[in-house]
Design a protein around this ligand. Structure first.
Ligand SMILES: [Zn+2]
Ligand SMILES: [Zn+2]
Length: 375
């Protein structure tokens, strides 16, 4: 007997895996996909991800649906009976729900195919280090037949109730980048500062200088954030520190401002190297391109949602959150929307428990939307 979507979601919730380590997740998904009638399906593997194509009946385009599949390095404290069985890992961003909705949509499309081809992308490593960009490049270069003409995705939204969808034409999510700066000098005896190069002082100075970038170098009409959330330095109280590390994040509403900020960080670091006689290494970790919805498709989607009696459609504001789905939208017209899951705890919270009712609401909703846009 076929598993219910709720069972699938709970099975997936038990086995969260980090980016590009989604081995159990991938084989679970494959098992589900292979249990369906295969005559219209083609399955292609990419790293720990999967692409499933459903042949259309009279195709004139390929419509894409993308789900992310990775979990987070978070210790779950929901106390749910189907809590994570992987210590220190949790589906705390709802990607278990995203995958289940994608499987539900796949079932519908296999049952009653639409005119157009549909490709469903099960994309690894959304949280880190970012799977969307390499997956897009692989599709383009090696699997052009699987490259969608339009692409859609959703993300769970704890603050809305089930049945609410929200999006906007144009920019939805920010450009984001992690920031790790290692400052390396010469460790020394606390009483002989002239013989050492103190990296606590160098990094502290740099930290304050970085705070001038948003206030002095960025156009005040362009929102931006530069936060250093962690500062570590030295080993013990009476040794001059030879190594300090700053860890933070950058968020901007446009790609140019991100470039300006990174150039400025670079020049402050080069100046500090000279002034404090040290070596500075900058690592931007995961950098995500903005999520910019195609204006026409987002308007069409909102109009469709407004006509649906089961749906409450909201035109929302842009947010400083990041999503690597932006890399697909950089080259393929499409859009992402929020779908309410009614939780008092936000995304990445160890107690996040999305309302599973969202699955049975969304699957027919997206299926109906695909039928409407399929020529
Ligand atoms: Zn997340
Ligand atoms: Zn997420």
């Amino acid at each position: 007997m076929m598993k219910t979507l709720q069972d699938i979601r709970r099975d997936l919730h038990r086995i969260p895996e980090l980016g590009f380590e989604e081995v159990k997740t991938q084989s679970y998904l494959l098992e589900q996909i292979r249990s369906l009638p295969q005559d219209r399906l083609s399955i292609t593997i990419w790293k720990t991800g999967i692409v499933v194509k459903i042949e259309g009946t009279k195709p004139s385009q390929t419509i894409g649906w993308r789900t992310d599949i990775d979990g987070l390095p978070i210790i779950e404290v929901t106390g749910l009976p189907f809590e994570s069985s992987h210590p220190g890992k949790m589906h705390a961003c709802g990607h278990d729900v995203h995958m289940t909705v994608a499987l539900g949509l796949l079932r519908k499309l296999v049952e009653t195919p639409i005119k157009d081809h549909v490709v469903i992308l099960f994309q690894p490593a959304e949280e880190s280090p970012g799977g969307a960009l390499p997956m897009r490049e692989w599709l383009k270069k090696e699997q052009p037949a699987l490259m969608p003409d339009k692409i859609f995705a959703f993300h769970i939204a704890p603050e809305y109730s089930v049945g609410t969808v929200a999006t906007r034409p144009g920019l939805l999510f920010a450009n984001t980048s992690e920031l790790f700066i290692d400052v390396v000098g010469r460790e020394g005896h606390a009483a002989f500062p002239h013989q050492a190069r103190d990296m606590s002082v160098a990094a502290a100075t740099l930290l304050l200088q970085l705070q001038t970038i948003v206030s002095r170098s960025v156009n005040p009409m362009n929102p931006a954030v530069l936060t250093i959330g962690k500062f570590t330095s030295g080993t013990v109280q009476n040794i001059i520190s030879g190594h300090a590390r700053l860890e933070g994040t950058i968020r901007t509403m446009d790609a140019e401002t991100m470039t300006i900020i990174k150039e400025k960080i670079q020049s402050f670091c080069r100046a500090a190297e000279v002034a404090f006689e040290c070596a500075i290494h900058i690592d931007y970790g995961s950098s995500y391109y903005q999520v910019k919805n195609d204006a026409l498709l987002a308007d069409e989607f909102l109009a469709f949602a407004e006509r649906d009696p089961a749906t409450n459609a909201i035109l929302c504001d842009a947010a400083m959150t990041g999503e690597d789905f932006g890399y697909f939208l950089q080259e393929i017209p499409g859009m992402l929307f929020w779908a309410g899951v009614n939780s008092p705890y936000g995304l990445h919270h160890p107690k996040l428990s999305p309302d599973e009712a969202v699955i049975d609401y969304l699957v027919p909703f997206i299926d109906a939307y695909f039928r409407e846009i399929s020529s």
